[in-house]
Ligand binder design. Structure first.
Ligand code: PEP
Ligand code: MN
Length: 346
């Protein structure tokens, strides 16, 4: 961290900055310049309270040199983290993993049917919410524990791993009991008690980017999970709010290569929530694979017009099969391949 002094700062003001840094337990290194002096803070452990320095007389600005997050950074760990989700599927390696299924678990027949369909099309992970964070309290809230039981049944029948959302700290343990991956949704990305609890859940976590979250905020949210003891974190770009109303969100695919340069954690893309529009899902899935995403999260429903949530962005099963067929050659073109649950289970 660099504390840049105003050009009119007095030697006493510079000395006060040096002393304050010392009181905070760090080293101070004044760097006199022709125009102004800067003071380097040495030994930054990521916990420096910069506001204390910003408020001192004569301080012009405080510049962060090192990253505010630690364990998620490439400096902390250079090799890519591989997240094993339990059915032989690994995220973060050469294979691009397909996670697919309905927005919400709606019933036994629905989830068993769609699980078999997405598995046959090439998915390795079944998605489906049992606890749904809905914008309106009057919308379908999910089947709760019954939904988790149905997901477990679908896993048994198909060999797919299961990812499903925990919406509050109280339900994390229950969700972790049934799921192979605990999803933290966009609305909860900065729910710090939930992150701390999910960090102790003993299962990999799929952390979705908040709808107005910066990359720094996403990585700091992931830092909560790692610092609570969970190294198995998968990040997810699911679109951010923008000014255009033609799509539900703006799928920020620059986040994929950007995040991969900053962190060793895998990142997947969700073109369903990222666009909100069925016809735009496959093109953006192709683009996400081309951008280097380690996987895709795609909403697929056996009969989208009757879906209890997110029907407009859910693919028909045959559209998902086509998406997979189109993404395969794109993965190959960048030296990767699509993971296939079917090959493993047969
Ligand atoms: C979901 O995956 O169904 C979901 C609610 O996603 P998000 O948190 O990204 O809105
Ligand atoms: Mn959804």
């Amino acid at each position: 961290m660099l504390i840049v002094m105003d050009h009119r700062a007095t030697p006493e003001e510079i000395e006060r900055v040096v002393e304050t840094i010392g009181e905070m337990g760090y080293g101070a290194q004044p760097i006199p310049g022709r125009q102004r002096t800067a003071v380097g803070l040495v030994g930054n452990d990521g916990r420096v309270e910069s506001a204390r320095l910003e408020g001192l007389p004569g301080v012009r600005e405080v510049i962060r040199v090192s990253k505010p997050y630690k364990q998620v950074s490439r400096e902390w760990r250079d090799e890519d983290t591989l997240v094993d989700v339990g059915n032989g599927t690994v995220l973060g390696g050469r294979e691009v993993v397909l996670m697919a299924g309905p927005c919400a678990v709606e019933g036994r027949d629905q989830i068993l049917q769609i699980a078999a369909q997405v598995r046959d099309a090439g998915a390795s992970v079944l998605r489906g919410g049992a606890f749904k964070p809905r914008t309106s309290p009057y919308s379908f809230q999910g089947l709760g524990e019954k939904g988790l039981e149905l997901l477990a049944l679908a896993r048994e029948e198909t060999g797919l791993a299961v990812v499903t959302e925990a919406v509050d700290s109280e339900s994390v343990a229950l969700v972790a009991e049934y799921a192979d991956i605990v999803q933290i949704g966009a609305r909860n990305m900065q729910n710090y008690p939930l992150l701390k609890r999910a960090g102790r859940a003993g299962k990999p976590v799929l952390l979705k980017r908040g709808m107005s979250a910066t990359i720094n905020e996403l990585l700091l949210a992931a830092e909560y999970l790692l610092s609570a003891g969970n190294p198995n974190v998968i990040l997810c770009e699911r679109g951010v709010r923008s000014f255009d109303t033609q799509t539900r969100n703006l799928l920020d695919l620059t986040a994929v290569p950007l995040v991969k340069s900053l962190t060793h954690l895998p990142i997947v893309a969700d073109p369903s929530h990222g666009t909100g529009v069925r016809t735009k899902v496959t093109p953006m899935a192709r683009a996400a694979v081309a951008a280097g995403a380690d996987g895709l999260v795609v909403e697929v429903h056996p009969d989208p017009p009757t879906a209890l949530s997110d029907g407009a962005q859910s693919l028909y099963p045959e559209q998902f099969a086509e998406l997979v067929a189109q993404c395969g050659p794109i993965a190959e073109a960048i030296g990767r391949s699509l993971a296939s649950a079917v090959q493993r289970t047969t």
